[in-house]
Design a protein around this ligand. Structure first.
Ligand code: GLU
Length: 543
């Protein structure tokens, strides 16, 4: 019967085990991996898990692997596996063992793609069948559906177990008869679990599971001769000597089953840490990032918007260990890999909430520490891919862009207006006539009480004394003098004491100037903007 079930010659499990000797690693070294299924584009959660797993491995002198779990052929998306390799490379997450883009296996504990491990699984399945721990099941999906209906009718737990497990106690003759007929079959585990016995388990992220022992005879090998996730996980993580499995909490409920399977195989199980999925607030309610609904679930969103890789990594580290922020403040220029990530501080459900404001602040902080040259070079690389018009403007005006980026960059106050490369256009467009635009309606909206005469006084008053060779201090004194001369308070405190004595304050005056000059109400320091624009342009716009 066994020969009929497994007609191809297979390596024995002893031979296989000999090919995966114990790793020679220092005490306490962690072996971790990510094991994405190539069923979708690159998910931010995959990057998050990879980053956390890689940190644990390398901080402990261990190994980080990438294993592509491509056993679900129906749902596989062409190129999704490659996307993971490329993304990890781009984000500087160092993989020690994997199958590279040319298909080469890097290191000896592979193959690192499950479709190439089919014979390995088959050997272990065969071994289990020989030991009477697994068996073939010839039930059709209609038959299984029938059973489910009957169970429902008799208020029984649904599933393939105990008395409902039709092929569990089949005789060899029954099996032979089906094999003769070439009936398709799957291989199921002969579970020894007792549903009335409770087990308790706590994982590294302090999730506690209390559940019944598994008594389901789950499928371990599908009709297409590929393993199910459960079985492949056991075999692969054992052979690869994974010490810590860090994965999504959607697998938390299966962990007792996995522990049962490790025990059945007589193998030591790895430790598990289940990460809470990244969630977002949607109308005040927390929910998991959705692949379909939320563009920010995919890494392509961050590429297109021009987030820097440093920002993403810092943000994700902060999501993992919230004390990262304080560490960063105390270690401004240290490489992120110096931060020691800890299991005990790893976010449990309440923390992994995606917060764009935080990401933006982290990003602005990072870009504020870059030189103008670096901002120019990196935003240009982005623009060449995602905003061709901006790229050509940048290339034709390199010096001007460098001056723009230098505004408020080297003094005591550093500008923090650029958080991602797609912000560059908004922050620089008003320096170029072809992109500058000023909408008078926005002026009326901002200051409904100012009349045209006041506005005109501000503009012509400013022009009357503006001298582009003035120092910043003199420039500012002149603005204040202008305010006083047209009944706008140059001193905010005085204005607040008795607003009725004034038409407005210096805030209105500078905002009006800013609006005419840039079309915006918020920009970096206007003195420097005027320096970059040149006197003629300043006059032209104020006129
Ligand atoms: N292929 C599984 C998934 O993508 C892997 C889970 C694991 O890390 O074990 O969800």
């Amino acid at each position: 019967m066994i020969d009929k079930l497994f007609p191809n010659k297979l390596e024995t499990t002893t031979e296989i085990l000999a090919r995966y000797p114990k790793r020679n690693l220092p005490e306490g070294a962690m072996v971790t991996r990510i094991a994405p299924s190539p069923t979708w584009f690159m998910h931010i959660g995959t990057l998050y898990t990879a980053m956390v797993s890689e940190r644990f491995a390398h901080q402990s002198g261990g190994i980080f692997m990438l294993r592509i779990e491509d056993t679900d052929k129906k749902r596989e998306v062409e190129g999704a596996g490659e996307l993971v390799v490329e993304a990890l490379d781009y984000y500087g997450i160092k993989i020690d063992e994997w199958q590279d883009l040319s298909g080469k296996e890097i290191w000896n504990y592979g193959p690192y793609k499950q479709s190439a491990r089919q014979e390995i699984y088959a050997s272990f399945v065969k071994d289990l069948v020989e030991k009477w721990l697994a068996y073939p099941c010839f039930c059709s999906s209609e038959e299984l559906e029938e059973t489910r209906k009957t169970q429902e009718e008799y208020s029984q737990r649904p599933g393939y177990y105990g008395q409902w497990a039709k092929w569990r106690n089949a005789t060899e003759e029954d099996i032979q008869a089906e094999l003769e007929k070439n009936t398709p079959f799957v291989i199921r585990l002969r579970s020894a679990g007792n549903y009335n016995k409770k087990i308790k388990y706590q994982d590294l992220l302090k999730w506690t599971i209390e559940t019944s022992e598994n008594d389901m005879d789950i499928v371990i090998m599908k009709a297409d001769w590929l393993p199910t996730y459960h079985f492949a996980h056991i075999v692969d993580d054992y052979l690869m000597w994974t010490t810590h499995v860090i994965r999504w909490d959607e697998w938390l409920a299966s962990t007792p089953l996995h522990l049962q399977m490790f025990e059945m195989m007589g193998w030591q199980a790895p430790r598990y840490g289940h990460l809470a999925p990244i969630q977002k607030l949607d109308n005040g309610n927390k929910r998991k990032l959705s692949k379909r609904k939320d563009p920010e679930a995919s890494m392509s969103y961050y590429d297109e918007n021009g987030y820097t890789k440093e920002s993403i990594l810092e943000y994700l580290t902060n999501l993992a260990n919230s004390d990262f922020e304080d560490w960063r403040k105390a270690n401004l220029n240290a490489p992120i890999t110096d931060f020691k990530i800890g299991f005990e501080r790893l976010s449990n459900s309440s923390w992994a909430l995606f917060d764009f404001v935080k990401l933006d602040n982290i990003s602005k902080e990072i870009i504020s520490r870059m030189t103008s040259e670096e901002i120019y070079t990196r935003s240009l690389v982005w623009a060449e891919k995602f905003d061709k018009n901006l790229a050509s403007l940048m290339k034709n005006n390199k010096e001007k862009f460098l001056s723009i980026f230098s505004i408020e960059r080297n003094g005591e106050k550093t500008r923090k207006d650029i958080g991602k490369w797609s912000d560059v256009k908004w922050e620089t467009e008003y320096f170029f006539d072809e992109w500058y635009s000023f909408d008078k309606a926005s002026l009326k909206e901002t200051y409904p009480n100012l009349n045209e005469a006041d506005i005109s006084n501000i503009l012509s008053g400013f022009k009357a004394t503006y001298d582009s060779s003035d120092s910043k201090e003199i420039w500012f004194e002149k603005v204040k003098a202008l305010c006083d001369s047209i009944w706008f308070a140059s001193n905010i405190k005085e204005y607040k004491k008795a607003p009725e004595n004034f038409k407005g304050s210096i805030v209105e005056v500078t905002t009006i100037l800013r609006l005419f000059l840039t079309g915006k109400t918020k920009t970096p320091d206007m003195y420097y903007i005027m320096q970059v624009l040149w006197k003629d342009k300043v006059f032209e716009r104020l006129s």
